[in-house]
Design a binder for this molecule. Structure first.
Ligand code: NAI
Ligand code: MG
Length: 496
């Protein structure tokens, strides 16, 4: 049985999609378009206008105007909050439609997008809506030792940072748009969003809902296009105040360079990971399922995937055996097929990249307990894979694979495991499985990563800050932490 496509989805993909600039739908200045393929078949799903430098310029001008002059900057925080809330409501009114678009464009199972991606996106807007009225400065009693006897009144203002460029990846297209847009709008910024070239569709549908929610023209502009052109133009733009980026560490470094070579715009970066997931000898039964979910959720295309599994040596065979059994049982198929648990990787490029890692693992002496290759002969499917007999210098152990591939290794003692867990240039997430809660918290303190899950994995919430230590990034998204990255602080002092 296959999911029956919503009429809106059929119409949406049948018509070439345009850029959303200043509240209007427009073709790219160059007239160019690109194809977004359906990764389950490799066939073209839809055609989309291909934004480039000139379109980014136009979008930034619209965002600047909306920031400086438009009704957006005159709205009260309460009005702004209600508009942001409405975006969340509209997403919830279109769950199936958005989940179908996401499944078609990205390949993930419809049921997963319906249960996770779309409701989480709505919740992010609902959560951020409340912050619009709670962004506050402080009053500060100052001393000024070189002006004895003088009296002052000092306070801080927290102001929106300005025009924000947002560059997002393809692994959670709608959710990443929500993570980025929610706090920017709550803080009163205006935005030029560039979705990933692999998955532009849900962000374009979201733009329609954002307009319907009452966000004034020019406040949110969506310009699909490629990284080296549209993305680079945004990162290097002289009139963009901040860029928020999620993607590879490699491109993160290019964005830092572009900001440095242009106007020193502020940056937040959410980059790669190679997260350790540690199962102790006293871990509960659920640890096996948890370890499988940590790597196989979203086909391993998660920045925070538990891709390095460490199991205490006394339970190594049992846990690795259990994870491998689950890997074998996972039903692969098109995201729209009922019962599909894992879809294809997002693109041919990602399929080639992950296949390359599987070959390199084998060449360097790792053994696949299960999986290790392509699934089927159509689309971009990779078998869920568990690799053992690995050592610390292998590429599959050091580098982010971003596919359903976990490397498993035994460990013997607590002191050693913290060092092994931290032996990576990344620091995004970590999992710890043990009944000894004191041991868990002690280890959580030693791990250099932005998120630590104890007896669970992949638990996200709009209220929890998320981001990376080390080369996993700069700054935090979600929670109230994120608002610091969308506001500037101004200190105002009056002599009385
Ligand atoms: P990527 O980093 O190239 O793409 C992410 C976004 O950056 C896309 O919107 C892309 O158009 C844009 N981009 C690319 N080059 C740019 C440039 N020079 N200037 C400005 N923007 C640019 O990631 P890609 O190539 O899709 O995947 C490669 C690897 O990156 C994956 O295998 C994975 O390891 C990692 N990755 C990490 C993600 C995360 O969630 N942290 C998400 C996607 C990829
Ligand atoms: Mg790339």
């Amino acid at each position: 049985m296959t999911v029956v496509l919503d009429r809106n989805v059929e119409e949406f993909i049948a018509t070439p999609r345009q850029l959303f600039i200043n509240g209007q739908w427009a073709d790219a200045a160059s007239g160019k378009t690109f194809e977004t393929p359906n990764p389950a078949t490799g066939e073209t799903l839809a055609r989309v206008a291909e934004g480039d430098k000139e379109d980014i310029d136009r979008a930034v001008r619209a965002a600047r105007r909306a920031f400086e002059e438009g009704p957006w900057s005159r709205m009260t925080p309460s009005e702004r909050g209600r508009v942001v809330w409405k975006i969340g409501d509209l997403i919830l009114e279109h769950v199936d439609e958005l989940a179908q678009l996401e499944s078609l464009d990205n390949g993930k199972p419809f049921a997963v997008a319906q249960a996770a991606d779309v409701p989480l996106s709505a919740d992010l807007f609902h959560y951020m809506a409340g912050w619009a009225t709670k962004i506050e400065g402080n009053t500060i009693d100052i001393s000024v030792p070189y002006m004895p006897g003088a009296n002052f009144h000092s306070y801080t203002l927290r102001e929106p940072i300005g025009v924000v460029g947002q560059i997002i990846p393809w692994n959670f297209p709608l959710l990443m748009a929500a993570w980025k847009l929610g706090p920017a709008l709550a803080a009163g910024c205006t935005v030029v969003l560039k979705p990933a070239e692999q998955t532009p569709l849900s962000a374009l549908r979201l733009a329609e809902l954002i307009a319907e929610a009452g966000v004034p023209e020019g406040v949110v502009n969506v310009v699909p296009g490629f990284g080296e052109t549209a993305g680079a133009a945004l990162a290097g733009h002289m009139d963009v105040d901040k860029v928020a980026f999620t993607g590879s560490t490699e491109v993160g470094k290019l964005i830092v360079a572009a900001a440095g070579a242009s106007n020193l715009k502020k940056l937040t970066l959410e980059l790669g990971g190679k997260s350790p997931n540690i199962v102790f000898e006293d871990a509960m039964e659920g640890a096996v399922e948890g370890a499988a979910n940590a790597i196989f959720f979203n086909h391993g295309q998660c920045c925070v995937a538990g891709s390095r599994l460490f199991v205490h040596q006394t339970r190594f065979d049992e846990v690795v055996g259990g994870v491998s059994e689950i890997a074998k049982s996972i039903k692969l198929g098109s995201g729209l097929e009922a019962g599909t648990q894992m879809g294809p990787l997002v693109s041919e490029e990602q399929f080639q990249r992950v296949s390359g890692y599987l070959e390199s693992g084998q060449a360097e002496g790792a053994t696949a307990v299960v999986g290790g290759g392509r699934f089927g002969d159509r689309g971009f499917f990779i078998e869920p894979t568990v690799l053992v007999n690995t050592h610390g210098n292998m590429k599959v152990v050091k580098e982010e694979i971003f596919g359903p591939v976990v490397v498993a290794a035994p460990f013997s003692d607590l002191d050693d495991i913290a060092a092994q867990a931290n032996d990576t240039e990344y620091g995004l997430g970590a999992g710890i499985w043990t009944k000894d809660i004191g041991k868990a918290h002690a280890l959580a303190k030693k791990i250099r990563a932005g998120t630590v899950w104890i007896n669970c994995y992949n638990v996200f919430d709009a209220a929890l800050p998320f981001g990376g230590y080390k080369q996993s990034g700069w700054g935090r998204e979600m929670g109230h932490e994120v608002l610091n990255n969308y506001t500037e602080v101004k200190a105002v002092t009056t002599q009385l």
